[in-house]
Design a protein around this ligand. Structure first.
Ligand SMILES: Nc1ncnc2c1ncn2[C@@H]1O[C@H](COP(=O)(O)OP(=O)(O)OP(=O)(O)O)[C@@H](O)[C@H]1O
Ligand SMILES: [Mg+2]
Length: 488
């Protein structure tokens, strides 16, 4: 079992070390040093045996001689970093191969020790490696466990939304265009504002233009501005959104509604960073970041000739897709509770909670209008009713119809009574299934899900982790814990 902690500045270690060394006399000496310092040591002589040992159970530290009889030690290093295995590789090298050792560090080796070395030098290096690994895992644990339930204007802690928050985190610092897609009411504007507020431009203007809401003939002037007298009604010079957003962010909402002629002008603006006001002759230059959004399928618009392909590829640099509300696990309840408390405060009403049956309807309804529809439903309830608890009878159409469609009594929604075992509910609610599924411990369900995902990804842990929506280090950490608890 891997234990490592600092007490009185002395590090006590019982970590696993894999020693890859093909000279038996040296291997014996090094192993002796490490065992005396309470490390668990496994010695292998070949690269193939090393890879096998790492696959079987990742050690905390690999002491790696680069010149192995069957392969270059660099291959092992590449495997460890490619699979993101939480192992610190320390290269053992002869004077002659110091350059190689330095190159190995470029591939992610933690350190190197030059032969011949003292026991002290070896132990200090290995202990530091173990400690660094422990700290890195601690950081990972906190990062994983700090699932964010709120992020700028978003509420929601579901996995799909965590992925959205992470993309925004990574994309915010760049100037690259972000293309936001998602059904109506999924929060595309909230997303654009989040990107701006997370970015270094946050203290500069955020200017949003809705390409679907402005008459087509005025659109060009809205974006680029106009000079006095350039068209009927242009009684004075006017700055457009591009000039107002200088230094900040320009959000082109409902971009697919923009007419083709203006798309050409927008493309030129993106390519050159310059534009002319309507009726103007002077080229103006601005520094801004463009975000755009649509609830259409942009590629379909390109295929159907309504959206310029070259503009699409210019804009579609970082895509962010907002999942529909029905795919966001229990976010719907978190958002609904927040809206209930906000609107109750605004309207001077006493609502504090939802009846469990209402919560179930909120969870099960398919929300074609997404968060905006949820907002309207809660506003409707708060304005038209009174009380502390929102009951099923208060729900407006079509949610009340949804309630009528539910099986009565609704086995999926009611908590099991003490007399009735939970399995009876499950069997009743899914009569087509051959019988009640046995209840298994949660760790086992989780372990099976993770192992199935790894198998489905042909053993590629980073890929399996990505599909499970967790980090590769989480998988490695869980594996270590199963091993430590005898559940491997
Ligand atoms: N995750 C969320 N948490 C809380 N409020 C949200 C969330 N997502 C959206 N909203 C709110 O829902 C409403 C709709 O969001 P927004 O206008 O950003 O959606 P949209 O995708 O741009 O919609 P449309 O396609 O109709 O333009 C807004 O009032 C917004 O504040
Ligand atoms: Mg919108």
């Amino acid at each position: 079992m891997y234990q490592c902690y600092i007490r009185d500045r002395k590090i006590i270690v019982n970590a696993k070390v894999l020693l890859v060394e093909d000279t038996p006399s040296l291997a014996r000496v090094y192993a002796e040093y490490l065992k005396k310092a309470a490390f668990t040591v496994k010695v292998v002589e070949t690269g193939a045996a090393a890879l096998e040992a790492i696959r079987e159970s990742a050690p905390q530290v690999v002491l790696l001689d680069l010149q192995l009889p069957d392969m270059n030690g660099m291959e092992i290093l590449k495997h460890v970093s490619g699979q993101q295995i939480p192992t610190a590789v320390v290269v053992i090298t002869a004077h002659a191969s110091v350059n190689l050792a330095v190159e190995a560090m470029r591939y992610g080796a933690y350190d190197f020790v030059v032969k011949p070395f003292t026991a002290d030098r070896l132990l200090v290096t290995v202990r530091n490696a173990v400690e660094r690994l422990r700290l890195a895992q601690l950081v990972d644990t906190f990062t994983d466990e700090l699932a964010r339930g709120k992020y700028h204007g978003f509420i929601g802690a579901s996995f799909p939304m965590q992925a959205v928050y992470r993309i925004i985190d990574s994309a915010a610092a760049s100037r690259a265009t972000v293309f936001i897609t998602g059904e109506s009411g999924t929060g595309k504007e909230v997303c654009a504002e989040a990107i701006h507020r997370q970015s270094p431009r946050k203290d500069k203007p955020f200017v949003a233009i809705n390409c679907g809401a402005i008459p087509k003939e005025l659109m060009e002037s809205e974006i680029f501005g106009h000079v006095k007298g350039s068209f009927t009604g242009a009684v004075a010079d006017r700055e457009g959104a591009a000039a107002r957003a200088d230094g900040g962010t320009l959000f082109l909402d409902e971009i697919c509604e923009m007419e083709l002629g203006l798309q050409t002008k927008l493309l030129r603006f993106i390519q050159t960073g310059t534009f002319q006001k309507v009726g103007g002759t002077r080229l103006e230059k601005v520094d801004l970041r463009i975000l755009c959004a649509t609830n259409r399928d942009p590629l379909r618009e390109v295929e159907d000739g309504r959206f310029r392909e070259d503009l699409y590829y210019r804009l579609h640099v970082i895509p962010v897709h907002l999942p529909p509300l029905r795919d966001r696990e229990d976010d719907v309840l978190d958002i609904a509770r927040q809206f209930l408390s906000d609107y109750a405060a605004e309207e001077g009403k006493g609502f504090r909670r939802f009846h469990p049956a209402v919560e179930q309807v909120l969870r099960d309804y398919h929300w074609p209008g997404n968060v905006r529809q949820l907002q309207n439903v809660i506003r409707n309830v708060v304005v038209l009713h009174d009380g502390e608890e929102v009951t099923a009878a208060m729900l407006p159409s079509p949610l009340n119809q949804h309630l009528a469609l539910q099986p009565q009594p609704s086995h999926r929604y009611q908590p099991a009574s003490i007399e009735e075992p939970v399995v009876a509910h499950v069997a009743d609610a899914y009569p087509v299934s051959p019988g009640p599924r046995p209840i298994r411990p949660l760790w086992l369900v989780e372990k099976e899900a993770i192992e199935e995902a790894i198998a489905a990804c042909d053993g590629n842990i980073p890929r399996a982790a990505a599909q499970l929506g967790i980090s590769a280090s989480t998988i490695y950490r869980k594996r270590m814990a199963w091993e430590a608890e005898g559940r491997a």
